[in-house]
Design a protein. Structure first.
Length: 508
């Protein structure tokens, strides 16, 4: 599958009728390999050790030094990073951290003992310098919670609710202050039904390419997730009846105007926010569809990003047992879950079938002769090569060998991947089997003498921790000047990919 070509045609064309009924044991036999792409990585800062901040039964196992997921830069030069145990840090000019806001203190019912839990994500409004607005997402336990969700999945009642997912708007009195002082307002609270806090909403993002006056300017996007209805435990998991529908938030990327309808005078959403009239389902004339929905049919599209040169929107969607996806996202499109996983039919759609099964699609669907209702990924890998896809970014920074690439990775194994941006965009052609080829990036470090040593991300984590780790917990973020941070929720270290500098001072 993965060849050094600008575009790959997956070899599924000659599929017989009998083959369509055969389960696929190894969907992508060819492994991802290194093809000479090598990039230097350097430490930026290690966040403070927060192990022990919460009782052991309320923390993740293994606990990890600090659980950093996001690094975000403001236009004014300030840099922020979160520890999902509840702290938002400001990094000074030397990248030294101080607490900007104790988010956890504001939410005493927050849950911290799952991989995606606690203070999960944050984002600043594009006009933060003027309005002081920033946004967080976290999850709370339902038991003993006096708050009422704005949304409960269809067919369920308050008695079924296990957790709440909450989006909050914060308003700083002084946007230039280095410690938060201000107020907060709840935008949306929606219910989790399965036993475990699996796939909560975790990502918030404004389109960084939208300029003042553009239709997309100031609109807030969220991650898209099935909220554990695939593998969240308990009697309600493995539930295809909760996906592929537009009267629910399950599996949907939302796009909202975070302003209250009392301010915007626009259409009220499920929570205290406004539905943008430019959303396809806000203008479809169907009262049974939720206008908040931007795109749907995702299992766990936990991270979003945009190509800063042309506004192409990408989503990293974590698969079930088989396929990890990078999708190009369009307003109103359906990305297939639970009926599709990658370029395959998921077994749950068949009598007696299961979510861990895949079956081939008909050849006329794969080669585009016949269209179905779904939009397919533009880059994929299977669980021979990883277990959960992490963030990806279109790269146009200072590292020559990465320019024109889309850089992403695998959360669990910590491998970094790259694919050709132009090939990805060509693969967004309505022909499912065309895919952008994927290769692995080799990381290296230089010592004080300038000597170069090849390393894996996991080796860096283990060297910092002084112990082995069971998972890398890789996350990728982008700086204001287009460079890439890589971080782990295991060692709390924020690192940066840099040009091969043979020992010169690292960029901020």
């Amino acid at each position: 599958m993965r060849l050094p070509l600008p575009l790959v045609l997956l070899p599924f064309v000659a599929i017989s009728a009998a083959a369509i009924h055969a389960q696929i044991a190894n969907p992508i036999p060819a492994p991802i390999v290194k093809r000479g792409l090598s990039v230097e990585v350097r430490d930026v800062v290690r966040l403070p050790d927060t192990r022990g901040l919460r009782p052991p039964d309320q923390d993740v196992v293994p606990a990890g030094w600090a659980r950093v997921s996001y690094v975000r830069d403001l236009p004014d030069g300030r840099r922020f990073a979160n520890d999902s145990r509840g702290l938002l840090y400001l990094l000074d000019g030397k990248n030294q951290p101080s607490v900007y806001a104790n988010v956890g203190a504001a939410f005493p019912l927050a849950v911290y003992n799952r991989l995606a839990s606690g203070f999960i994500g944050f984002e600043f409004h594009p006009e933060f310098a003027k309005n002081g607005l920033w946004y967080t997402v976290h999850a709370e336990r339902a038991m003993g919670n006096p708050a009422t969700p704005n949304f409960i999945p269809p067919g369920f009642t308050p008695a079924d609710v296990t957790y709440h997912n909450v989006i909050t708007e914060w308003r700083a009195k002084s946007p230039t202050a280095n410690t938060f002082d201000g107020t907060r307002r709840e935008l949306l609270r929606f219910a989790h039904i399965v036993m475990n806090l699996t796939h909560p909403m975790g990502h918030l993002e404004f389109n960084p390419t939208a300029k003042p006056g553009a239709l997309d300017y100031g609109l807030l996007y969220t991650s898209g997730s099935d909220l554990g209805f695939s593998n969240g435990g308990g009697p309600h998991q493995n539930n295809p009846g909760q996906t592929q529908r537009l009267d629910t938030l399950i599996g949907a990327i939302l796009r909202i105007d975070p302003r209250s309808p009392s301010e915007s005078k626009g259409m009220k959403g499920l929570g205290d926010y406004t539905i943008p009239a430019v959303n396809k389902f806000a203008a479809d004339g169907d009262p049974k569809t939720f206008g908040e929905i931007y795109a749907y049919g995702f299992r766990n599209a936990h991270r979003l990003s945009w190509d800063l040169t042309d506004g192409t929107m990408f989503a990293s969607d974590i698969g079930m047992n088989n396929i990890e996806e990078i999708n190009i996202v369009h307003n109103g499109n359906n990305y297939g879950w639970m009926k599709r996983e990658g370029l395959f039919e998921n077994g749950i759609t068949r009598p007696g079938g299961a979510l861990n099964e895949l079956f081939p699609l008909p050849a006329e669907i794969l080669d585009g002769r016949k269209k179905d209702e779904f939009t397919y990924p533009v880059a994929v890998y299977d669980h021979n090569d990883g277990q959960a896809v992490t963030t990806g970014f279109a790269y146009h920074g200072s590292i020559p060998q990465l320019r024109g690439k889309f850089v992403f990775g695998d959360i669990v194994r910590g491998r970094l991947f790259a694919t050709d941006l132009a090939a990805m965009k060509k693969a967004d052609d309505g022909i499912p089997q065309t895919m952008a080829p994927v290769e692995e990036i080799q990381l290296f470090v230089r010592d004080a003498g300038g000597n170069r040593t090849a390393v894996t991300f996991r080796e860096l984590i283990e060297a910092t921790n002084g112990a082995t780790v069971t998972r890398a917990d890789l996350h990728i973020n982008r700086s204001r000047d287009g460079e890439l941070f890589i971080s782990s929720r295991q060692d709390g270290m924020i690192r940066m990919l840099v040009p091969d500098s043979a020992g010169t001072t690292a960029a901020r």
